[in-house]
Structures are given as structure tokens and as C-alpha cells.
Design a protein around this ligand. Sequence first.
Ligand code: C5P
Length: 231
Amino acid sequence: MEKQQLALIIPAAGKGERLGNQVPKPYLKIAGKSILEHTLTRFKGVSGLGEVIVSTSEEYLLQTGELLKELFPDIATHAVPGGRERQDSIKNALGKISGKTGLIAVHDAVRPFVSRNDIEKCIKQASRWGGAVLAVPAKDTIKVAGTDLEIVKTPDRNTLWQAQTPQIFWAALFREAYQYAEVNRFHGSDDASLIEKMGGKVVLVEGSAKNFKITYPLDLQIADFLIQKEG
Ligand code: C5P
């Protein structure tokens, strides 16, 4: 199969309220570099990567554009304004992707520990099936709660996975799913759910727990420890 060009979208416009910081999460520094820079570095040299687009808040557009040029001098890069929800931020980035792109990968700015091997595994499965998502089997038993926090259901843990990013899709399918979600006013908490909503198939690719999303203060401490350890 001919290698398809890959575009990478990084949503980085979140406010990071759960961390309780003034500086948004992707711009917090660990070992002298922003979390966004640590994350982007993971994608340097990924085969087929032809475009990188980061959605971010207005005040970070300039510095993000410069960082992108510095990290990816040989490919097309753009920093675009984010939106209210993650899904809106990705929609803005989609507008910049060229027609040459065959695959679109979305990766959270705040997952700086994804491995090259897992990225490549996910690309391979996405090319084959149309959509692929890195994920890990649920470690805890997951409860569905009602409005009073009463347990409504306990799904069988053996069927549950925690979806991570990257989530990678055929570009045409991804565009169609975003259009479908807009028309039907559907908001999903990840990208795969938009394809699922249309009845499309997306497969899970087993990744690693190390690819966690920096969300709470404890995650930041763990990230700091791991980055210092890796030197
Ligand atoms: O809020 P959550 O943890 O799901 O954020 C995941 C990613 O989406 C983060 O990288 C965050 O910066 C980004 N995001 C965004 N625009 C928003 C909300 C979140 O780009 N409006």
C-alpha cells in the first residue's frame, strides 16, 4: 500500500481549570520546555508526517507558530485559534489541512509520553480500518452514576477500555464525521465518538498507561518525575 501523507492536529486551547493554574496546561514548563514542546517532539520524524496544526488561545498563537517552525522546519505548520470546546478547536484546525493529506491524527497537547512505536502502530491500523485509537484496558471497575451519585450500572470491566490519543482516521471520513456532528449538534468527548455516531468503524490499538493525560496536580508531579528521569 502506498504511504499516505499524515496531518497532525494538536488541540492546545484548554484552560486547564482542573490543574488550578494561571498558565494553561500545555504551556506549563517541565525541565525548561513547555508540555506542548515535549508532546510535539514525540512526533518529530514520524513517517509520512506532512503537516502539523496546533489550535491554541489567542495569546499563545505567536509563540506556538514560532515553536512549530523551529521543531518542524521542513513541513507545513500552522497555529490557529481554538474554540469553546475541544471539538471546536479541532474543527478550526481542520480548515487548514491540505487536500494532499490522506490521514489525520489528533493528539492531546497534554500527553507528552506517547511512544513512537505506539504512534506507528496506530497509523498502521488506521490506514487499514479507517479509524484507530490508542487505548488501555480499564484497570478499575467503572460505574455509571445517576444524578444523586447512585450507581445505575456496572458494565463488565472486560469490555471496557480507556481511550487515549492519538486517534487517527482517513481524512475524508474524519471531515465527514465533523460535518455530520455539526449538522446533528453532536458533541463527543473524543474524535472516535463522532465517527461512531455516523455508524463508522474505529478500532482500538493497545497502548501504554504511560501515555496518560496531564489533568490533575498529581499528573503534573508524575510527568515532572518521568521527564527528569529520562534526562
Ligand atoms: O479538557 P481536556 O483534558 O479534555 O483537554 C484535552 C486537550 O484538548 C488538551 O490538550 C486541551 O488543551 C485541548 N482543548 C482545546 N480546546 C478546548 C478545550 C480543550 O484545544 N476548548
